[in-house]
Design a protein around this ligand. Structure first.
Ligand SMILES: Cc1cc2nc3c(=O)[nH]c(=O)nc-3n(C[C@H](O)[C@H](O)[C@H](O)COP(=O)(O)OP(=O)(O)OC[C@H]3O[C@@H](n4cnc5c(N)ncnc54)[C@H](O)[C@@H]3O)c2cc1C
Length: 262
């Protein structure tokens, strides 16, 4: 399947007050193999302009070089998202409408409507990660991780799941999720507290963590302190406080990247 192409909006729903679920159709989506936690880059055009895709296909490095060669005024913004669900030749993506500073992807989602067109890179099987396996699989994240957790839950039947959301209105119909309501507390604080207090059965534990980067770091540190092997913890900082996805990596981000490689 072609890893890049256009996506056209066919439907928009609001499953919760702060979530916009967008159904896209596009060439090649019907051939996409199925696996959980499919990530893709969405290309959001500057307001009022059509989306311009990089000219080069081929490997991801050549594609990215061609992306950078698009003149800045026309270059789409690139943001990471997750396939929440699949139809025969459609994908659904859920955008969190986060409060405070708003970025271009969230701004786009706020007024998404049928007929609008974005670009995509991925989902690419080269970036497929193994589904964690162990006696207990701990899945923890914030609302941005909910689409990935929902798809992982279709493959993991021994999961202990914590998802932090703004409040009770943000809960979705998913089995066995322990919902953590922020209710105005600092982002991530209650998620870390809930995982700290969690008790799991004897046996091997594997973990999958995603969401705000410093929360993910705190969770990982805690789990390593509780004796879970580092190699059994999949972790990804999905977004960073006060930083956009275009901003340069911080020393903590670089340390995370080294840990993942090592
Ligand atoms: C692999 C991967 C998969 C992801 N999947 C999803 C998904 O399915 N759905 C989803 O909604 N997000 C997902 N994300 C997170 C999403 O990419 C980021 O939230 C992204 O920053 C949104 O882009 P933006 O243009 O709105 O904001 P940016 O321009 O990147 O940032 C603007 C400002 O918004 C703040 N900000 C960004 N995200 C949040 C947030 N969630 N809460 C509070 N403040 C925030 C930033 O700190 C910054 O100050 C995923 C990220 C990764 C890496």
């Amino acid at each position: 399947m072609n890893a890049t192409g256009l996506l056209e909006v066919t439907a928009v729903h609001r499953p919760t007050p702060r979530t916009v679920r967008v159904t896209f159709t596009g060439e090649g989506l019907g051939e996409l193999p199925a696996w959980p936690d499919q990530q893709l880059k969405l290309l959001v055009p500057p307001p009022g302009r059509p989306v311009r895709l990089p000219a080069a296909g081929g490997d991801v490095l050549r594609w990215y070089q061609a992306y950078l060669e698009i003149p800045e005024a026309e270059r789409p913004v690139m943001r990471s998202y997750t396939v929440r669900d699949r139809g025969r030749d459609t994908i659904d993506v859920e955008f969190v409408l986060h409060p405070g500073a708003v970025g271009p992807a969230t701004e786009w989602a706020r007024s998404a409507a049928p007929g609008q067109v974005l670009g995509r890179y991925g989902p690419d099987e080269a970036y497929r990660r193994p589904v964690p396996t162990a006696d207990t699989v701990l899945l923890a994240g914030d609302e941005t991780a909910l689409p990935a957790i929902a798809t992982l839950l279709s493959e993991v039947d021994n999961a202990l799941v914590f998802v932090e959301v703004a409040d009770a209105a943000e809960e979705q119909a998913l089995p066995n999720v322990r919902w953590v309501h922020r209710d105005g507390a600092e982002h991530g604080a209650k998620l870390v507290e809930s995982v700290r207090e969690a008790v799991w059965p004897q046996g091997q534990v594997a973990a999958w963590l995603a969401g705000e980067a410093s929360t993910v770091r705190a969770l990982r540190r805690h789990l390593v302190g509780r004796g879970i092997d580092k190699s059994a913890i999949e972790f990804t900082g999905y977004w960073r406080r006060k930083l956009t996805q275009d901003d340069a990596p911080t020393p903590d981000d670089l340390a995370d990247a080294r840990e993942k490689l090592g």
